[in-house]
Design a protein around this ligand. Structure first.
Ligand code: ADE
Length: 254
């Protein structure tokens, strides 16, 4: 059976950058690259410099109040954003270490929409007025400073694209992986069963599916508790809330 023609455009990452040649970069390889070739998603770059109005195509200037570095001009970036959001593709996200830290919940939300407009900063930053005027969502990859937003854009797109229907092969891989349950992933092993004197845990060789499941859950819980107390606290809170919800339902039923 032939596939029906797609009436809607695929999930689209539209990137505003001073370095369009950085894309698709790693996104052109592996799972994301294959999905890109199939047309499961699309990537568009917009060169911010194309919206400069002077002879020298200036996109930045010195900061008012002094200080090192250069700041991206609001008028130039605003014109580029006008172009990027012309068809209502939203939300417009500015990648900056000052933003909300990206997590799987936000990735899921973005992946479920029509796509994203990503503004990659360079220099010392972007004039605050364009962030305010546009109501830009500010998103950070983590508590470290990159030399520009491009690697953060690549990471965000990779995380979102792999959640699109049909991009990952086996659906169950998604359900079991880190963060889907609120826990870090349990440890994995493959052949050889003994390597450098180290054995694969017996339970994994037992063929006893219930025991394997229980062991993996325990490992995931232990790893999360010791490495990420923040995730562990959130997990326990959710368990307590779910428990309270179940009890309320039972109370109503009786
Ligand atoms: N640009 C520079 N550093 C960044 C970070 N940590 N996250 C997102 N964008 C950035």
């Amino acid at each position: 059976m032939s596939k029906a023609p797609q009436s809607q455009s695929p999930w689209t990452a539209r990137i505003l950058t001073l370095f369009p040649e950085m894309f698709p970069g790693p996104l052109g390889h592996s799972l994301a690259g294959k999905a890109l070739e199939r047309g499961d998603w699309a990537i568009e770059t917009i060169d911010i410099r194309g919206f400069a109005t002077d002879r020298h195509r200036t996109v930045d200037d010195t900061p008012f109040g002094g200080g090192p570095g250069m700041v991206m001009r609001p008028d130039v970036v605003d014109a580029a954003l006008d172009d990027a959001t012309r068809d209502g593709l939203a939300p417009a996200i500015y990648l900056t270490p000052r933003g909300r830290v990206l997590d799987q919940a936000l990735v899921k939300e973005l992946s479920a929409g029509r796509g994203v407009v990503l503004l990659c900063g360079r220099y010392e930053g972007l004039d605050e007025r364009v962030i305010e005027a546009r109501g830009l969502m500010e998103v950070s990859l983590g508590d470290f400073v990159l030399s520009g937003g491009e690697p953060a854009a690549i990471a965000l797109i990779d995380a979102a694209v792999r959640l699109l229907p049909g991009v990952m092969g086996a659906e169950e891989t998604l359900e079991e992986e880190s963060f889907e349950s609120g826990l870090l992933e349990y440890p994995q092993y493959t052949r050889p069963a003994e390597w450098c004197g180290r054995q694969v845990p017996d339970v994994l060789m037992s063929g006893h599916h219930e025991k394997i499941k229980a062991w993996r859950k325990l490992q995931a819980e232990r790893t999360t508790q010791s490495r990420r107390p923040d995730l562990w606290a959130a997990y326990q809170k959710r368990l307590a809330q779910d428990g309270a919800g179940q009890n309320q339902k039972k109370g109503r039923a009786s």
